[in-house]
Design a protein around this ligand. Structure first.
Ligand code: NAD
Ligand code: MG
Length: 375
């Protein structure tokens, strides 16, 4: 029987890569729902090719929509909870994807999660939704896919440390002053990965690595002291797991999201005819590792501290970062201004234990306002 997939954010970098992966697996998977934010033209081409039973265009003016499509923000939750959907690939960028993740989990679906912001903002609510409904999260992020594959059937009790690799981004070797004045074009020029604009900027500030540390904390249930970041400029070792006996396993491959996307759909099974790019160790040589320069990348430190603080802090970190990255891409603030905006928002978060979804969204709104007001 084919497994039925909903793709939220089908027109983005992960969404289009997922459809390329699935086009080689049409006997095993069908695509029953597609959603996009504004790109009606590409969404239409995808709908014509995959014939999903549900298509949603989120953008409020619905420009370019077809009569049979649904419009508005409700489309994400609609698509994620349909009875003709087994797996929800959440490839939306930002906290906009959160409610759909929670709704899919509560409906007992597998969520193949690229939308890491969901786990950062609402990690505890995600855990609660999985516990009560039988839903499950399988990560798409390459580092977390690597960790999942290395841990295999072992649990967190056998793990001493996670070592998350970071490419270091385009400014890996730049001085702090030059980084602070970096232009949009420089920040969007990632050395190893081709991705959407927001995550590409996050990879230049290293805010992306902070999001990934928090994501790993919630996915694998390990304390922050047991999660480290190391710079690995070639992006071949996708991450490593150190077990309690000192053994370290790494998962390696070319920098391509095809395998992590496919694995999130098939886990724990593997497909023989995946069609993903083959690995050549000689061509990938040499592999190098460096310590991360926390002083030059303040957003990383701020994000890890927000993770440790818990409560509203991760949601505040995420929202301030989303708002600041948008301002940077609009030419309204400097590259250094991204971390400044995050720090300002975090300084004003009140402590709160066990926030609800609405508490988190209040913190999200407050953080965005603080960042915008400071321009
Ligand atoms: P992208 O900007 O290329 O695509 C985002 C998709 O989400 C688009 O289809 C867009 O229509 C949709 N979208 C955007 N805002 C929306 C909104 N408000 N409501 C509904 N839909 C909306 O982004 P991407 O690079 O594909 O990244 C998607 C997610 O995957 C992010 O969370 C990112 O951190 C994560 N991720 C991406 C990569 C990668 O290689 N691109 C790797 C790891 C993790
Ligand atoms: Mg990643």
């Amino acid at each position: 029987m084919t497994r039925r997939v909903a793709i939220l954010g089908s027109t983005g970098s992960i969404g289009t890569t997922a459809l390329r992966v699935l086009s080689r697996q049409r006997e095993r998977f069908s695509v029953t729902a597609l959603t996009a934010n504004v790109n009606a033209k590409l969404l239409g081409e995808q709908a014509d090719s995959w014939l999903p039973s549900y298509v949603g265009l989120v953008s409020p003016n619905g420009s370019g929509s077809r009569p049979e499509w649904k419009n508005g923000v409700g489309a994400l939750v609609d698509a994620a909870t349909r009875t003709d959907v087994d797996i929800v690939l959440n490839a939306v960028v930002g906290v906009a994807g959160m409610d759909a993740t929670l709704a899919a989990l509560s409906a007992g679906k597998r969520v193949a999660l690229a939308n890491k912001e969901t786990l950062v903002v609402a990690g505890e609510l995600v855990a609660a939704a999985c516990a009560t409904s039988g839903g499950e999260i399988v990560p798409v992020d390459s580092e977390h896919s690597a960790i999942l594959q290395c841990i295999g059937a072992r649990g967190a009790k056998d793990v001493r440390r996670l070592i998350i690799t970071a490419s270091g981004g385009p400014f890996r070797q730049w001085g702090a002053d030059r980084i602070g004045a970096a232009t949009r074009e420089e920040a969007l020029n990632h050395p190893t990965w081709s991705m959407g604009r927001k995550i590409t900027v996050d990879s230049a500030t290293l805010a992306n690595k902070a999001l990934e540390v928090i994501e790993a904390h919630f996915l694998f249930g390990l304390p922050y002291d047991a999660i480290e970041v190391v710079v690995h400029p070639q992006s071949i070792v996708h991450s490593m797991v150190e077990f309690v006996d000192g053994s370290v396993l790494a998962q390696v491959g070319v920098p391509s999201m095809e395998l992590p996307i496919l694995y999130a759909l098939t886990h724990p099974e593997r497909l023989a005819d995946s069609g993903v790019p083959r690995f050549d160790p000689v061509a990938a040589s040499p592999l190098t590792f460096e310590p991360v320069r926390l002083d030059a990348f303040p957003a990383l430190q701020l994000g890890i501290e927000a993770g440790r603080a818990g409560g509203l802090a991760p949601a505040t970190f995420n929202a301030a970062n989303e708002a600041a990255v948008a301002l940077f891409l609009d030419g309204k603030i400097s590259f250094a201004g991204i971390a400044h905006g995050i720090a300002r928002a975090l300084a004003l978060v009140p402590p709160m234990a066990s926030p609800t979804r609405d508490d988190l969204m209040d913190a999200d709104r407050r953080a965005r306002a603080i960042v915008k007001d400071s321009v």
